[in-house]
Write a protein that binds this ligand. Structure first.
Ligand SMILES: C[S@@+](CC[C@H](N)C(=O)[O-])C[C@H]1O[C@@H](n2cnc3c(N)ncnc32)[C@H](O)[C@@H]1O
Length: 245
């Protein structure tokens, strides 16, 4: 695996992110999710699979557009990005323009992808962190970005469940979806949900990482609700690949 986004978590209002195999660099505006280990794992998996070249690609929950730009850099025939945050849409459009990349950024829910389907390749780094009102978020620094980028309901599956259900309709025959998320959002449910729609699905990449600022702030809550063993402060990220055969 290649690491394309080294050391991307910074306190700067704007971070320059160097990508060795993808786009030359991206800018991340204040209030937009900064590409992190999950973004890098998703990009590495996509590039290693060699699936973007010549494909119609959709990048859902696109943020700064970093994954969409990596797909474009690998020679995608077209890339459609979908993102709900207006700030992130502006940021992704600016990054695409700066890279001269053929990426069309649509503002709105990822569900808008249905208007443009089918796609040969779909990538998604959705919000996936379990959240409840009794979680204490006061320790989360502003630099961690907007909570809409990570909060995903009590089980972390607010986007994941409907995404798994929609996957067969969004993918062309022979198409592939790559989804990254944390163990805390239950990889077995993602694999099971995708298989229930007739797709071939499995975990194809994983990485253990130390807790970032969001999970560090939520650690005691995760322990209290039984999602985390006492004292553990690292999480397993997974990429689930689903193929429509
Ligand atoms: C974890 S970030 C990932 C950003 C980017 N793909 C990356 O890997 O760096 C999730 C992104 O999804 C966006 N988002 C959240 N809910 C969404 C929805 N229902 N439809 C589209 N985008 C959404 C957030 O604004 C945020 O930019």
């Amino acid at each position: 695996m290649t690491t394309v986004l080294p050391g991307v978590y910074t306190d700067d209002a704007f971070a320059r992110t160097e990508a060795s195999d993808g786009p030359a660099a991206i800018s991340v505006a204040d209030g937009v999710y900064r590409p992190q280990e999950d973004s890098a794992l998703l990009i590495d998996t996509l590039l290693d699979a060699g699936r973007a070249e010549g494909s119609r690609v959709a990048d859902l929950c696109s943020g700064s557009g970093v994954v969409a730009l990596a797909a474009a850099a690998q020679g995608a025939a077209s890339v459609a990005a979908f993102e709900r945050s207006p700030r992130a849409v502006m940021c992704a459009r600016a990054n695409a323009a700066a890279a001269g990349a053929n990426v069309r950024v649509h503002r709105g829910s990822w569900t808008r992808a249905a208007e443009f389907a089918p796609f040969d390749v779909i990538t998604c780094n959705p919000p996936y962190v379990p959240f409840a009102e009794d979680a204490d978020d006061r320790q989360i620094p502003r630099a961690a970005g907007p909570d809409t980028a990570w909060n995903a309901g009590r089980d972390g599956r607010q986007v994941l469940d409907p995404l798994c259900e929609s996957a067969p309709d969004l993918l062309a025959a022979g198409g592939t979806m790559f989804i990254v998320h944390s163990e805390f959002a239950d990889a077995d449910r993602t694999v099971g949900g995708l298989r229930a729609g007739g797709l071939h699905a499995e975990v194809v990449a994983e990485q253990w990482i130390p807790f970032g600022p969001v999970l560090t702030a939520r650690a005691h809550w995760l322990e209290r609700v039984g999602l985390l063993e006492a004292g553990r402060r690292e999480e397993r990220l997974v990429v689930v690949r689903a193929d429509r055969v």
